[in-house]
Design a protein around this ligand. Structure first.
Ligand code: ATP
Length: 324
């Protein structure tokens, strides 16, 4: 393993820079050349690369986003695009590739492995935490803290005006961000795609809390919770049925992706970067670096993308107890 390539792909997440820094410095430690590929698989197709040394990654451990840029690249989904990508890998004498991204990026990496027998390792970089085999993806912890801070601020307004706030958070297919942040901010209800909460149940819950003297409430809604209605339509229906509340909607959006990575994500990204380089160095391929119970673990990429982590039923139960 003389030269390792690295790219970031899909949605950016806090901690990607930290992992890049770790990969570059681990390569330097083992006297391996490190080549950064700019803008994910697009850069691989267009041969947009740059050699990275320890100085290239100074001052980025605390920066959100990814200094290598990220992209979604449709051409890489075609066999012809992947052929071009493979040519770039060969032209740059790259012997193995580390892909930092989500399940789509891992699917692409596996195709490089299967079609060209090219060594690949994945690092799960996504705020959604929707990758099997790791308790935390890189960026998830930072996103949770961002959501928590934002909702704490919204709560100030909710309390001052006796308002009912619906706060939409990211998570198209998964409610991990909503469930955890919802518990952390003391949400009245947490609406996630994995649980079929009926609007009538929500109304009952709000009526009960009103009876017990509660004057303001926060409902955390995952993007993927869609009982045939979006968050604005749900809020309208509740406003109609509970006219005593002043109902408001706040969609947190892209602020959840940005910001300085938390201490947890910085340490995780650093540990994952070291492990990814060492796996390639030891001729391992088709593997994702994950974490479980605070320790770094390895999971076959195939398994990481084909299986689904179940929502934590105990957290759901706890959130219900907190509502009483
Ligand atoms: P996020 O979780 O943030 O959405 P992701 O890695 O899942 O990250 P995607 O947009 O799904 O994001 O995938 C990123 C890129 O990976 C795509 O733009 C494409 O280049 C590549 N990719 C995704 N799916 C495939 C596939 N089936 N075959 C080949 N390449 C793919």
């Amino acid at each position: 393993m003389k030269t390792i390539g690295v790219l970031t792909s899909g949605g950016d997440s806090p901690g990607m820079n930290t992992a890049l820094r770790s990969i570059v410095r681990t390569c330097a430690h083992y006297k391996i050349k490190c080549v950064g590929i700019v803008r994910g698989y697009s850069g691989l197709i267009e041969d947009n690369t740059k050699v990275l040394n320890t100085r290239s990654v100074r001052g980025i451990i605390n920066k959100g986003g990814t200094f290598l840029y990220s992209a979604r690249c449709d051409e890489f989904r075609q066999a012809s695009g992947r052929k071009k990508a493979y040519k770039t890998l060969r032209n740059n004498n790259i012997d193995g590739l580390i892909v930092i991204g989500g399940d789509g990026s891992f699917t692409g990496a596996l195709k490089l492995k299967d079609e060209f027998n090219f060594p690949v390792i994945g690092i799960p970089g996504t705020i959604d935490n929707d990758i099997f085999g790791t308790s935390h993806t890189l960026g998830y912890d930072t996103a949770l803290n961002t959501v928590m801070d934002a909702i704490d601020k919204i709560r100030d307004s909710a309390i001052s005006h006796d308002r009912l706030f619906f706060v939409e958070v990211m998570g198209k297919d998964a409610g991990y961000i909503a469930l955890r942040s919802g518990i952390a901010i003391g949400a009245q209800e947490i609406l996630i795609p994995e649980v079929n909460t009926k609007i009538n149940d929500l109304i009952d819950s709000l009526k009960n809390s009103k009876k017990s003297g509660k004057t303001s409430s926060i409902i955390v809604v995952a993007e993927g919770y869609k009982p045939g209605k979006n968050v604005y339509q749900i809020a309208d229906e509740i406003q109609e049925k509970l006219p005593n509340y002043q109902v408001r909607v706040s969609v947190l959006g892209h602020i959840q992706r940005g910001g300085r990575p938390s201490c947890f994500d910085r340490v995780l990204g650093t540990k994952m970067g070291v492990k990814a380089v060492e796996l390639l160095k030891n001729a391992k391929t088709g593997i994702m670096v994950g974490t479980q119970h605070g320790k770094i673990v390895t999971v076959p990429l195939k398994k990481a993308i084909s299986e689904k982590t179940k929502i934590d039923k105990d957290l759901l139960r706890i959130s219900k107890i907190m509502n009483t």
